[in-house]
Design a protein around this ligand. Sequence first.
Ligand code: SF4
Length: 162
Amino acid sequence: MEKREMICINCPLGCILSVSRNEAGEVTVSGNTCPRGAEYGRTELTAPKRVLTSTVRIQGEKGRVVPVKTANPVPKEKIGDCMEALKGAEARLPVQIGDVVLENVAGTGIAVVATKGVEKELIMKELCSDIEETEQWCSEIMEHVRERIAQGNTLKGTGAYE
Ligand code: SF4
């Protein structure tokens, strides 16, 4: 007889399930408030699955990624293979929420879909705001340097040119 206790993660109630399997392979679940809990306990004992969330690189956009998840839960023992497959995957812009980024991840028959839309314009906007921040920072430094020179101070001791 195999027996396990687990928390049902299907809703915030978090029922504590007691799941057991006898010698004949029959599974019984108790502690569940609804049928979803019974199904969860049965699957968790016999063939646990998880929805995998991760990110995928965007083609041609160095350092940029799009968040993704598997469209359905994948077998727990396949999570490592799925992560490996995602490392080599690339999304093409524009990406809309729900777009399939990778079909049949790691041979599971399950697709990986985007959980956020990304467009070229958005990336350009982010890059431009970075440039604006950098320009602002540089002009503040230059102002500080001009003030010191005007006051007859050297830049020695500031660490800026040492
Ligand atoms: S058994 Fe039903 S009520 Fe209890 S946590 Fe699971 S889904 Fe929620």
